[in-house]
Design a protein around this ligand. Sequence first.
Ligand code: CP
Length: 294
Amino acid sequence: LRHILNSKQFTREDINDIIAYADQIRDYREYRTKYKKSLKGKILATLFFEPSTRTRLSFESAMYRLGGRVISTENALQSSSYMKHESLEDNLKIVSKYADIIVLRHYREDIEEAIEYSSVPVINAGSGSAEHPTQALLDIYTVKQKLDRLDNLHYCFVGDLKYGRTVRSLINLLKIFDNIKITLVSTEYFSLPENLLNDNMVQVRSLDEALEDKPNVVYMTRTQKERLDKQIYSNFVFGVEQLDKLKDNAIIMHPLPRNDEIHPDVDKDSRAVYFDQAANGLLVRASLLYLLGG
Ligand code: CP
């Protein structure tokens, strides 16, 4: 792996490696011995042109935990020379002289050519509405952890499927697994773009109708208000009444941050795994840093 640009680039072998390393890193004793100093002397640069809690902090925490150090522009739109009209290409060219790995979140969807200006690996931590590959990897890791398989699963994606990059990345990644069925639940406005539709997908307009089909994974998303120039909401809520309709061994996921699409009373149900999912981000991102920089 040179750069991590999108979720289409991964083979099943890559996924197995990433999961295996994340599992080993999860073991605290293993962490202390084999991995603790594996990135000693290395520097990670985190360049965030859009807000983040989970992605930036889990990457930074992972780097420190593997013995490396971090330099960061957490609000690059205002605190970097972007303010002086420096291009992303020049920015990456320069920062790659100061760091061994770069993690980049940007509002641009077309970062493929820009990252080639970096002389060190660049990890895409979210590019506009297009991709968020490390989220897809931690999602897959969570599914494997909770359901013990990655083939023969029925996913139900709910909410803003038009602008949500996590759904797009995960849908792209699911193509490498066998017998995946997908139900898309959205209003017409927030539908998944047509070019992403596939034979294994059905579109419905009601969450309760989708739950009748007993999916294994219900993946809720918020309205991406920051990408909208008008007041319009996706309006699907998973509440306690939906829990009764869910299979006993199904899981409810959400990339977070949550707004009001999952009622907080759902959190205590064992099928609600979104906080474990966010916690897994640390392990999966540590695994990626180890693979790219170790
Ligand atoms: N899921 C996710 O990307 O969260 P942050 O925007 O907080 O990084």
